[in-house]
Design a protein around this ligand. Structure first.
Ligand SMILES: [Zn+2]
Length: 339
């Protein structure tokens, strides 16, 4: 898992655009539903709940919706929702026991999906930016704004945004809802619950699993480390490295990341990259004896930056950077490689 760090200027810009979208689009949907007298079961109770949750005046509701969509206090939002839901209906939203409770939870989920309506964010809307100009704000623009170019969950797949010939915006990125939409429908439009990711991590491995794995917006990239198992330094010079191990460092979220995204399994496909890294370290050590420098006219610094270029790369821009860095760091302590 790679931590996504957005600088404060860009973060403010994203939050401002998303705030405008929430006020213009999402708040409008809530008001429409509150004013609509048809089409909702148990209307009285649902209306009461929506007002308890979001507020009794239009202004309060707008403010609360903005909080639900741009705050990074996801656990706090969950706490607010669950308390209001329990107070209104007498059971936990995610723990409906009988048919009646299930029907109520489904009604509420249906209403929340209509209000937040993540699918509508694909097309987005034109909204006013801080510069006074109108900007298109949609899923594509959001992914571009995060500057994430490689999946933060696996660090294997590129996610690329581009404009097609007809001018429509395309992205090969999925957006993973850290807290899945099905269990937390009120967080489906929260920007810090939307993690740009590859399709394999989002759909094939994670699916709708509700696990507290590492969160790229909250957790450090070092929460989980790739390593090779070495009994002694001699192993480094043999070609017997057979397995890349995932060290979860006893962190339950890292253990969950490893399980949800199948890191331990999929990373075995990259054993050759690790062997090449070993080879380069070994050769680099030999070059200290200088015959290669003389023959090629290269200096050690050049060779170092050529072979160990990943030390300067961002793992959010290039695949496998984390694997190479972690293993390099591990070996550094074994063989004391230096520039
Ligand atoms: Zn991925």
């Amino acid at each position: 898992m790679i931590e996504i760090r957005i600088n404060s200027v860009e973060r403010k810009r994203i939050e401002a655009l998303h705030k405008e979208y929430t006020k213009k689009v999402i708040a409008g949907r809530l008001e429409k539903i509150l004013g609509d007298k048809t089409g909702v079961q148990n209307k009285g109770k649902v209306l009461y709940f929506l007002q308890e949750l979001f507020g009794y005046t239009e202004r309060d509701r707008e403010k609360q919706l903005v909080y639900f969509c741009i705050s990074d206090e996801l656990e706090k939002i969950i706490g607010i929702f669950e308390k209001r839901f329990f107070d209104s209906f007498g059971f936990q939203f995610r723990d409906a026991k009988n048919e009646e409770q299930k029907a109520t939870a489904e009604d509420i989920a249906y209403i929340l999906n209509r209000i937040f309506y993540y699918d509508g964010f694909n097309a987005g809307s034109r909204i006013a930016g801080q510069d006074g100009e109108k900007h298109v704000w949609n899923r594509h623009r959001y992914v571009v704004a995060t500057k994430v170019k490689v999946c933060p969950y696996c660090n294997r797949q590129y996610i690329t945004s581009y404009e097609s010939k007809d001018g429509t915006e395309k992205t090969t990125a999925d957006v993973d809802h850290y807290y899945p939409q099905s269990a937390y429908p009120y967080l489906q439009m929260n920007i810090y619950n939307m993690i740009p990711s590859c399709n394999i991590c989002n759909s094939k491995t994670k699916g709708s699993k509700d696990e507290r794995h590492l969160n790229p917006y909250k957790d450090s990239s070092d929460s989980l480390l790739f390593e090779v198992l070495l009994d002694n330094i001699d192993m480094m010079y043999s070609s017997e490295i057979e397995r890349i191990a995932v060290n979860s460092r006893g962190n339950p979220k890292a253990i969950a990341s490893n399980e949800v995204f199948k890191l331990d399994e999929i990373y075995q496909a990259h054993i050759e990259d690790v062997k090449r890294l070993f080879f380069h370290i070994k050769e680099y050590e030999a070059f200290k004896e200088d015959y290669y420098m003389k023959t090629m006219g290269l200096d050690m610094g050049n060779i170092f930056s050529l072979w160990f270029d990943f030390l300067n790369d961002s793992p959010l821009e290039k695949p496998l950077v984390k694997l190479k860095r972690d293993v390099f760091k591990q070996l550094e302590t074994y063989c004391g490689i230096y520039k």
